[in-house]
Design a protein around this ligand. Structure first.
Ligand code: NAD
Length: 488
């Protein structure tokens, strides 16, 4: 498939199954839009359960020989893919910006993350270790082996259409699995581009297949399919619950990386300028579309006025525009997402939130075409406000004043989500106490968001099951198998 002309015309994209590019043929198609100007840049086939079946069968067949290769050989292939990603970084970054809307410099950052995820996965090839445990019987050992799961299905969100794929693909392949990706219908091209690179570096056919279409149709068919051994999904809590239910009949192993509602706590002793800078980055990067974003700020009363004034000034100063020109913020990914934000904002105002910086959706002049949203800051009095309880996933920032640390912890925990959280303070006892008392999987002290490949990214509660990255994330792509080895 040819990505070179993208942006200047309409690319008729194909699915990639068993090493073959399969065009739409008799399939319906779905338009892929550039969110900055609403131009249709591509069409994708609307995949069916039959396509899912074909891709899963190809994966099943390819996986047997792949799993028998020494892990280091699998790692070398994934390393070659990481190198190809960097060799094509300009093309890749531009593609991400075209279909997703993030500023080009952030898209380059995403390409860097793709490389990092793949490299880290390749490094794990020599670390697939088991255990030998003494038996209670004479002449017997107990071996615990770590073996591939088999066929892994990847379902990913549109906010990081390249990095989220690499985060799953790299460890899945190095662990000896085959992979079938459903490329999100909003942003399918980044996943297809990675498949092309994988094909070019010689990854055997059938190991990385990419289907396109709608989650509720082809995605669900893959979750329910008997060939699927593991479903690793990153996306909304709502879809995660549907996948959980769909996987129940066949008792699928599920990794679900879901929504977040990160509390951002700033205490009276914090470095205010540092906290404000981090709050801006953590709220507005990628137009506020990150699961770890600063979604609700709890400010100690003693510093709330100063913080709020500085935060509003920085929010209002952010540039918004053509993502190819590296503004602070590009567009939201779709018109539907803008509509969702408008509705959430109104619900928050109806519930008593006071608007401090009126941003909202932008529709005039240079913003007539595209899906634009300006930073919006509100003061909220009640922790039950919908702006505090529901994931916003856009540049709307609610502030709530708190009296003390105990109240901040109680309010932060009063949420169904449990992904990431922030605390700004210089008090070591508060820093030590927070992880004890906070029911969240990832905590940032005195810094903005941005996880690293060797960490462990995991949501608690409605934020998910499973977890990605590091040795624990890698382990999720392996089964444990116990062998009782007896001899005389
Ligand atoms: P989404 O839930 O709509 O889609 C995610 C994936 O699931 C897509 O591939 C989609 O096609 C598929 N899907 C949807 N319904 C399905 C079904 N019934 N059966 C099978 N597959 C189905 O998510 P989105 O709107 O693309 O992403 C935004 C969400 O992702 C936000 O809530 C964000 O917080 C979350 N997210 C979480 C993380 C994390 O690591 N925890 C990272 C990025 C994004």
């Amino acid at each position: 498939m040819n990505f070179e002309d993208i942006g200047s015309g309409r690319l008729a994209a194909s699915m990639f199954i068993n090493g073959q590019w399969l065009d739409a043929g008799k399939h319906q198609t779905i338009d892929v839009e550039n969110p900055a100007n609403e131009q249709i840049i591509a069409t994708i086939p609307e995949g069916t359960p039959d396509d899912a079946d074909q891709a899963l069968n190809a994966a099943k067949q390819a996986q047997v020989a792949w799993a028998r290769q020494p892990a280091i050989e699998r790692g070398k292939m994934v390393l070659a893919l990481a190198r190809a990603v960097i060799a094509h970084k300009d093309e890749y970054a531009r593609l991400i910006t075209l279909e997703q809307g993030k500023p080009l410099n952030q898209a380059y950052g995403e390409v860097g993350a793709v490389e990092n995820f793949l490299r880290y996965a390749a490094e794990n090839a020599r670390r697939i270790e088991g255990d030998i445990i003494p038996s209670d019987n004479p002449n017997e050992e107990i071996h615990i082996r770590r073996v591939p799961r088999g066929v892994v299905v990847g379902l990913t969100a549109w906010n990081y259409p390249a990095a989220l794929v690499a985060r799953k693909l790299g460890p899945a392949l190095v662990a000896g699995n085959a992979f079938v990706l459903l490329a999100h219908e909003n942003t399918p091209l980044s996943g297809l581009f990675l498949a092309r690179l994988a094909d070019q570096v010689g990854l055997p056919k059938g190991l990385f297949n990419v289907v396109t279409g709608r989650g509720a149709v082809i995605g669900q068919a893959m979750v329910e399919h008997p060939i699927t051994n593991l479903v690793t999904m990153t996306g909304s809590t709502l879809a995660g619950k549907k996948i959980f239910a769909a996987g129940a009949e066949e008792l699928k192993v599920l990794h679900l990386e879901l929504g977040g509602k990160a509390p951002f706590i700033v205490m009276e002793d914090a470095d205010i300028d540092k906290a404000v800078d981090a709050a801006v980055i953590a709220r507005y990067t990628n137009c506020g579309q990150i699961c770890t974003c600063n979604e609700r700020m709890y400010l100690h009363r003693a510093i709330a006025d100063e913080f709020t004034e500085k935060f509003i000034a920085k929010s209002a100063a952010l540039s918004i525009g053509d993502p190819m020109l590296n503004p602070d913020m590009g567009p939201k990914v779709s018109g539907l997402e803008v509509q969702k934000l408008d509705e959430m904002l109104q619900a928050g105002i109806d519930a008593g939130a006071e608007v401090l910086l009126k941003g909202g959706s932008l529709n005039d002049g240079q913003y007539e075409k595209g899906h634009w949203y300006a930073p919006t800051v509100l003061e909220v009095k009640d922790n039950q406000s919908p702006l505090i309880q529901n994931e916003v996933f856009g540049p709307i920032a609610p502030i709530l004043r708190i009296d003390d640390f105990e109240q901040a912890i109680a309010m932060a925990n009063d949420s169904k989500f449990g992904l990431s959280a922030y605390l700004f303070t210089k008090d070591i006892s508060r820093l030590m106490r927070l992880p004890q008392d906070l029911k969240f999987g990832e905590i940032y002290f005195n810094r903005a968001n941005g996880e690293q490949v060797q960490g462990f990214h995991s949501g608690w509660g409605h934020s998910g099951l499973g977890g990605e990255d590091g040795k624990y994330g890698f382990d999720g792509y392996l089964h444990k198998q116990t062998v009782y080895l007896s001899w005389d």
